[in-house]
Structure formats: structure tokens, C-alpha cells
Design a protein around this ligand. Structure first.
Ligand SMILES: NC(=O)c1ccc[n+]([C@@H]2O[C@H](COP(=O)([O-])OP(=O)(O)OC[C@H]3O[C@@H](n4cnc5c(N)ncnc54)[C@H](OP(=O)(O)O)[C@@H]3O)[C@@H](O)[C@H]2O)c1
Length: 294
């Protein structure tokens, strides 16, 4: 059987259309335009692209999109004050601070400053606690996007063994909580793997679904994958390429060309998980506006 290439771009466009329609109905009913504020500290080129995409996607979906660009020298106190103003704003329902932050700013302090009801990144301890308890409110966008990709591609996780590679707070850990929840799109048996995991290959070879989120180009090779597994590649890595005008190309954490010969389905990079992340951020923003206007 031919390997299915899971088209995250197409699925995300469908979701964004649904969100745009839902946003219109919401706005007609409550006379409120959902608003997303994205705060970017510094001028890292990759982060700048992500932030621009988030603002544009919000506007395209009929929401208010606002980017706040700050120099990398901004003080922690000034950033806390800016978040406080956003917390108080009636026009902003979702706040996202693009990570990572410069080392003189405490990421924890900043995330904890965001009003949990506006925390559309789902990283505030209150929201990560709700997810751990199995009663999520805002699910971090990348894990939410991965679950949605699996659901909309008809890959049931119920009773399946999922190996997640990487235990970050934005991808691996919340995804493990999400896929093991007692609910639709959950009920999986999850192995949450990391750099200290022994015999990683033995674990991935048993997995029905592999999710790679470690940030190492082409780390997952064909021999690590079970025949007919579903492979989700979260990694976004820049590798030098003289063939590309910009001097690099994007690759995932999975060796796509060889793994696709063995698995049942696989996400490409780019065009797999990445676009889903933005769609789910918009979904969280609309949900935040609904919660604040209810
Ligand atoms: N598509 C998207 O929208 C999206 C969103 C977020 C991130 N990403 C991409 O996803 C990748 C991961 O990012 P992240 O922020 O989640 O991760 P991260 O914070 O960089 O953490 C990497 C994780 O990988 C684990 N790891 C490192 N080497 C390993 C190895 N040899 N074997 C097993 N595990 C290993 C680390 O283990 P330890 O905990 O033991 O150090 C850590 O848990 C990056 O390429 C990032 O750009 C994509």
C-alpha cells in the first residue's frame, strides 16, 4: 500500500476556514472581535517569521492581530509591564510571548504573568495543570495540532502505543498528557522518551505511532520504525544548502526519504505539523474570546 503523506497545510486550511466562520458568528453575536497579541523580544530571523505568520493568520481569520516588537535589551520589568497592559486590554483576548527569551529574562516569571484566561499558548502552570489533570482548557498549539492531524487523518490513537521523542514543555510533555487522556483522540499508551532514555530503538520499534520532537536533523531512521507505523515529524531544522537561495533548507527530525518507504503515513517538513500549530493557536484565541465574553 502506498504511504500516505499527511498534508498538514491542507488540513490546517480547512481548520482556519472553520475558525473564520466561527469568528464571524461570534463577532455578530457579541459585537467583539477576538484579538491576539504576540510579543517578540529580539530579532531572531526564524522567530520573526513565526510571529509575522501568526499575526497575518489571525487577521486573515477575521481577528485582531497585534505584534509587539521589543529590543533584546528590554528589561524583565518592562516586559512584565507590557504583559500587564495586555492582561487589562479589552481588545486582546489571547497573549503569546514568543520563546525563547534572552537569558536576562526569566521565562517562568513572564509566562506566569500572563492572565491564565488569555494564555493561548497553554504554558501557564494553571493551564498545564488542567491538562495534567485531564481537564484541559488551552492546550499548547503544537500538541493540539498533532492530535487534530491524527484525528482528521483517521488514525485512531485508542489502545495504540505512541513513542514521543522529546519531553519539552511546549511539545513532548503536553502531548504525552493529551494522547493518554481518557477521551476522543486519546487513550494511547505513551512512552515519553528523552536524551537519557536507554534502548530508544527498542521502544520506537514497538510503537504504532512515533512523534519526533527533538531538534536533531534526520535522527529517526528506517531501522527505528516498525513496519506500517504512523510517523509525525515535529522537528524544524535548518541545514546548509547551496541549492537554496537563502543558503539553507528545512528538514525534520525524521529521515523522510527512507522512513516513508516503511511506514503507513508520515508528515513532511515543511507542510506537516508547522501549519497546524498556527491553526490551533487561532482556535485557542477564539476560545479565549468566548470564555471572556461568556
Ligand atoms: N512544527 C512546529 O510547530 C514546532 C513547534 C515547536 C518545536 N518545533 C521543533 O521541534 C523540535 C523540538 O523542539 P522542542 O522545543 O520541543 O524541544 P527542546 O526544548 O529543544 O528539547 C529537545 C528534547 O529532545 C530530547 N533529546 C535530545 N537529544 C535526544 C536524543 N538523542 N534522544 C532522545 N531525545 C533527545 C531532549 O531530551 P532532554 O530533556 O533529556 O534534554 C529534549 O527533551 C525543534 O526542531 C523545534 O524547532 C516545531
Amino acid at each position: 500500500m502506498e504511504t500516505k503523506i499527511i498534508d498538514g497545510k491542507k488540513i490546517s486550511e480547512e481548520i482556519k476556514l472553520e475558525i473564520a466562520n466561527d469568528t464571524k458568528s461570534f463577532q455578530n453575536k457579541f459585537l467583539v472581535k477576538p484579538g491576539l497579541a504576540v510579543v517578540l523580544v529580539g530579532n531572531d530571523p526564524a522567530s520573526s517569521v513565526y510571529v509575522r505568520n501568526k499575526e497575518k493568520s489571525a487577521i486573515d481569520s477575521g481577528m485582531r492581530g497585534k505584534t509587539i516588537n521589543l529590543p533584546s535589551t528590554v528589561s524583565e520589568q518592562d516586559l512584565l509591564n507590557i504583559i500587564e497592559n495586555l492582561n487589562l486590554s479589552n481588545e486582546i483576548h489571547g497573549i503569546l510571548v514568543q520563546l525563547p527569551l534572552p537569558s536576562h529574562i526569566s521565562q517562568e516569571k513572564i509566562v506566569e504573568k500572563i492572565n491564565p484566561i488569555k494564555d493561548v499558548d497553554g504554558l501557564h502552570p494553571f493551564n498545564s495543570g488542567l491538562l495534567s489533570a485531564g481537564t484541559p482548557r488551552f492546550i499548547p498549539a503544537t500538541p493540539a495540532g498533532i492530535r487534530e492531524l491524527l484525528i482528521r487523518s483517521d488514525f485512531d490513537t485508542d489502545g495504540k502505543h505512541v513513542a514521543i521523542l522529546g519531553r519539552s514543555n511546549i511539545v513532548g510533555r503536553p502531548l504525552a498528557n493529551l494522547l493518554s487522556m481518557k477521551s476522543n483522540g486519546g487513550n494511547a499508551t505513551v512512552s515519553l522518551c528523552h536524551s537519557r532514555t536507554n534502548n530508544l530503538k527498542d521502544i520506537t520499534q514497538m510503537a504504532d505511532i512515533i512523534v519526533a520532537a527533538i531538534g536533531i536533523p534526520n535522527f529517526v531512521t528506517q531501522e527505528m520504525v516498525k513496519e506500517n507505523a504512523v510517523v509525525i515529524d515535529v522537528g524544524i531544522n535548518r541545514v546548509e544548502s547551496s541549492l537554496h537561495k537563502r543558503g539553507y533548507r528545512l528538514v525534520g527530525d525524521v529521515e523522510f526519504e527512507t522512513v516513508k518507504l516503511k511506514c503507513k503515513a508520515i508528515t513532511p517538513v515543511p507542510g506537516g505539523v508547522g501549519p497546524m500549530t498556527i491553526a490551533m493557536l487561532l482556535s485557542n484565541t477564539l476560545q479565549a474570546a468566548k470564555l471572556q465574553c461568556a
